[in-house]
Design a protein. Structure first.
Length: 429
């Protein structure tokens, strides 16, 4: 009797701001199983500081991968790819033990360190600014002993290392805001003038490339095959763009999550640190874009899910509010006009809550329009349509407001999860 051969599947693991999710897909791209869990909100020891214990990520990753494995329907996982929030950084030792908390993507306390970077980095470098990984590296270095080897790793790097039991690897996308040059595919010489010792920069690989097999002990804990491969990762917004179907020049993806992230496929790299524009390399094409601090995090400060649903029903999306808000969860903006001191503008507040909500949604849409206009001014192709991902993409009234403000068709992407995009990288695009 001939034993049946288990069909292959590929896993994407997404570490976001508020949760962790895993998705398994088959050779046709169909979702076989998924699992998710929430993460505690980052700690804020000061107004400009946001940090998280990386061990929380690992426990969340273990939890969702265990649940996923239990629902694979006899499929055999061949490879796994991790995505994480961009520029979320920690320092660890050579064994992967975290020596610092992780500074989150929107932590903005490294102002003096950003000035040090600006003295050495080219003006168009994505590594400039207090929210970039490089300034955070310098900030964290001052918090630890310097008599041992230190590794600087991003969220996806560290989780991928825990899965493999080997540390020191990253990818082209996560390395970008640490100073990696995706055109020359190397760490640039100007980094040497910052004297990063004793910190070792990771080796950056193409997103989705094979980094080796899963650690046997981890595989046993999770019930995954010991021969399963772990791939170089990417950032969460890049994974979301891939999930949405961005492949050809002019394909545009807006991620409406805790933050507002724009991606536009371009045949050339766009860099402009003055407006927060940078490009991630994907093969021989580029995902150009930027990420604003505006987004769903602002909505969470004022409304519950139930209130958002109820109040959205009362909004007339074809009628401008005239409120001219600039919604931010706290002072500081990254894109389309970087300004660490920019203050939120959310006044005057109308007496009716649905009008206040409409003003916030409209304000975020205007930031989105300004973002795409900036990308086109730098040489990107004009968007053909806007594919939307993230929780906000489910709000039809918001989509209609955005279509009015943008003057473009706005569609909800059929695949909404960054974990799905990471799974496609594991499978191979």
């Amino acid at each position: 009797m001939t034993a049946s051969i288990a069909p292959d599947c590929w896993i994407g693991l997404d570490l976001g701001t508020s949760g962790c999710r895993a998705i398994a897909i088959d050779a046709d791209g169909s979702t076989i199983a998924s699992a998710s869990t929430s993460l505690p909100a980052p700690e804020s020891p000061s107004p400009d500081a946001l940090q998280q214990d990386p061990e929380l990520w690992w426990q969340a990753a273990l939890a969702v991968l265990r649940r996923l494995q239990a629902n694979l329907d006899d499929h055999c996982p061949r490879a796994l790819c991790v995505d994480g929030t961009s520029a979320t950084l920690l320092l660890c030792d050579s064994e992967g033990r975290a020596l610092t908390p992780a500074l989150m993507y929107n932590d903005a306390r490294a102002l003096s360190q950003a000035e040090q970077v600006a003295e050495q980095a080219p003006e168009d470098s994505p590594a400039r600014g207090p929210s970039a990984s490089l300034a955070k590296l310098l900030y964290l270095r001052a918090q630890v002993r310097r008599d041992q080897a230190l590794l600087a790793l991003h969220q996806a790097d560290w989780i991928g290392g825990r899965l493999r039991g080997r540390f020191g690897d990253s990818d082209w996308n996560n390395g970008l805001k640490l100073g990696f040059d995706p055109e020359q595919l190397r760490w640039p010489s100007w980094l040497g003038r910052l004297n990063l010792s004793p910190i070792q920069l990771p080796q950056c690989h193409p997103p989705g490339s094979d980094l080796g097999s899963i650690d046997p002990e981890v595989a046993a804990i999770l019930g995954l095959p010991a021969e399963m491969r772990v791939c170089a990762g990417t950032t969460d917004s890049n994974a979301a763009a891939l999930a949405a179907g961005a492949r050809e020049p002019g394909d545009a993806v807006t991620s409406l999550g805790s933050t507002l992230a724009l991606k536009l496929i371009s045949e050339c790299a766009l860099q402009d640190a003055r407006s927060g524009v940078y490009s991630h390399r994907m093969g021989d094409r580029w995902l150009a874009g930027g990420a604003s601090n505006s987004g769903g995090a602002v909505l969470r400060q004022y409304f519950s899910d139930a209130e958002l649903a109820r109040l959205s029903e009362r909004i007339d999306p074809d009628r401008p509010t005239g409120l001219h808000y600039y919604p931010l969860p706290r002072p500081g903006e990254r894109f389309p006009t970087p300004d660490p001191q920019r203050t939120p503008r959310l006044t005057p507040r109308p007496a009716e809550d649905h009008l206040f909500l409409a003003g916030i949604l409209e304000g975020i849409a205007h930031i989105e329009r300004e973002g795409y206009q900036r990308l086109c001014a730098l040489g990107a192709p004009r968007p053909k349509r806007i594919l939307s991902t993230g929780g906000g993409a489910r709000n039809e009234k918001w989509n209609r407001i955005r279509a009015r403000v943008l003057g473009l068709p706005v569609e909800t992407a059929s695949q909404q999860e960054a974990a799905y995009g990471a799974a496609t990288l594991a499978r191979g695009l």
